[in-house]
Design a protein around this ligand. Structure first.
Ligand code: FMN
Length: 189
């Protein structure tokens, strides 16, 4: 698949078929992640591949708890209809875990230690694109309390669970979602 086509046509997928993803495809997706740039080439990411029903169910329950809290806190009506069945429906979830100790010189800067998260985000985007090119739909999911995900996945306190990537064959075509014209977001100096 041509790169721009992959970038342009990837969409978040929230409905998956139950069929498993073959191991070589999972490895290719993770390999794509590992070629992302990172400060000092520190590669501050780790991945946990989850296929077990019990773990997925525990993650879904944690996400539903976060959902109830967010609904109450925000009062956003659209959240009421938001369901997270995809957390148990997707054949594979990949937790992306960042290591703040592997950030760059930003650790000495006022804004604090954030560059490791940027690197993990770059790795995630590589994963989404590699998955898309292999016919796998994905969702970048962050609707959880880090303490819950740490407990469920046995992640030590010094590392940070940043995202759960839900992956599987899409159950249906995803509706196109618009973007603003990039010219409205660009300044030339
Ligand atoms: C950092 C980040 C966090 C996100 N978290 C969630 C999430 O928790 N739940 C969800 O359904 N989508 C989540 N998304 C997906 C966005 O909703 C989606 O990318 C956006 O609506 C644009 O749609 P598209 O991916 O189909 O282009 C997240 C995306 C990013 C980049």
């Amino acid at each position: 698949m041509e790169l721009f086509e992959a970038i342009r046509n990837r969409r978040s997928c929230r409905q998956f078929l139950p069929e498993p993803i073959e191991e070589p495809t999972i490895r290719q997706i993770l390999e794509a992640a590992s070629w992302a740039p990172s400060p000092l080439n520190g590669q501050p990411w780790e991945f946990i591949v989850i296929t077990g029903t019990e773990t997925k169910t525990a993650l879904r329950k944690a996400a539903e708890k976060c959902h109830r809290w967010a609904l109450e806190k925000s009062g956003w009506k659209w959240l009421d209809g938001y369901r997270m069945d995809f957390l148990t429906q997707a054949p594979v979830l990949i937790a992306v875990v960042g290591d703040p100790r592997k950030t760059g010189v930003d650790m000495f800067q006022e804004e604090g230690t954030v560059a490791y998260q940027h690197a993990c985000a770059a790795a995630i985007q590589n994963m989404l694109l590699a998955a898309h090119a292999a016919g796998i739909g994905t969702l970048w999911f962050t609707f959880f309390e880090k303490t819950d995900v740490r407990r469920i996945l046995g992640i030590p306190p010094e590392k940070t669970p940043l995202a759960l990537i839900c992956a599987g064959r899409p159950a249906r075509d995803t509706a196109p979602i618009p973007r603003k014209d990039v010219r409205t977001k660009t300044t030339y100096l």
